[in-house]
Design a binder for this molecule. Sequence first.
Ligand code: AQP
Length: 332
Amino acid sequence: MEDKKVIFSGIQPTGTFTLGNYIGAIRNWGSLQEEYNCIYCVVNMHAITVKQEPSKLRKNTLDAYALLMACGIDPEKSILFIQSHVKTHAELSWLLSCSTQFGELSRMTQFKDKSRRHPDDINAGLFTYPVLMAADILAYNADLVPVGIDQKQHLELARNIAQRFNQRYGELFTVPEAYIPEVGAKVMSLQEPSKKMSKSDENPNACILILDDKDTIIRKFKRAVTDSEAEICYREGKDGINNLMTIYSSVTGKNFDEITSEFSGKGYGDFKLAVGEAVADHLAPIREKFAQFSSDKEYLKKCYTEGAEKALAYSQRIVSKAYRKVGFVDKK
Ligand code: AQP
């Protein structure tokens, strides 16, 4: 790979990607491919921190891979792979867990939130999830990590772990920076706009899935929760409208002032319809490409197999150095 800065990011195959995943993260992944060495992965090992049905996880993983390609990630330009195919992630995760404090992990809001949502399965993997995420990133010495704002806390922990390891054992890991979009870093639920839009939300009207058809998208936007005023402007206390403005701005490129003037004198119904149409038009090519990629199983297999080989070769060099630094004996 050329001598450019390194980008790493991943997404869980816990369901079809939402508009939040797309605007907050994946959309940027594609546009960064020319300028950086990009490494992207479907993080199926993270997904099992919450109960998954095995056959569904398998299907979701392959669909997620095809969907990333449909969103513009080109396996010729980026290293695109499935996390469980590359053993260095788990190996480095163990090393890093011995440089991570229990107290640090206890402060992670995602752990607290997911423990509340799944009280019958507060497993150790859910607790150590951020260590595996740190390993994903540090195994490639990534400079930048494009994520939505919900992952900022985990990324800060990854930075602390890298610094601690470097201090303890000598310089090895690059301390990564978050790359968070200015607009759309946190797309909110359409039904509870104070809450993040999530793949695993049980209310299907709360999130737009990027494979939803046009009618479904428009119907979900029409039902979006707003407020009792009739003014389309971005202001504190107008969570629902702020969210719709953010989404509209992200897919049209218009800023908030332009949106306010475009809809001055119009009602929420007109605005919701316009947002729905703009989103549906924006996502239509992705649905078409997904249909193509996901039906060509041989091509998909070739891509993820080659992706895993490249990822292993890349990360193995860094993880072997980490093994040596902590004092593990060389095999040969
Ligand atoms: N609502 C969101 N707005 C902006 N960005 C978001 N991301 C997630 N939700 C939003 C970003 O998408 C990337 C991949 O996320 P993930 O698959 O690792 O898991 P997550 O953050 O837990 O996303 P979900 O959709 O909420 O998944 P579930 O429901 O399975 O927990 C990340 O960069 C994330 O910031």
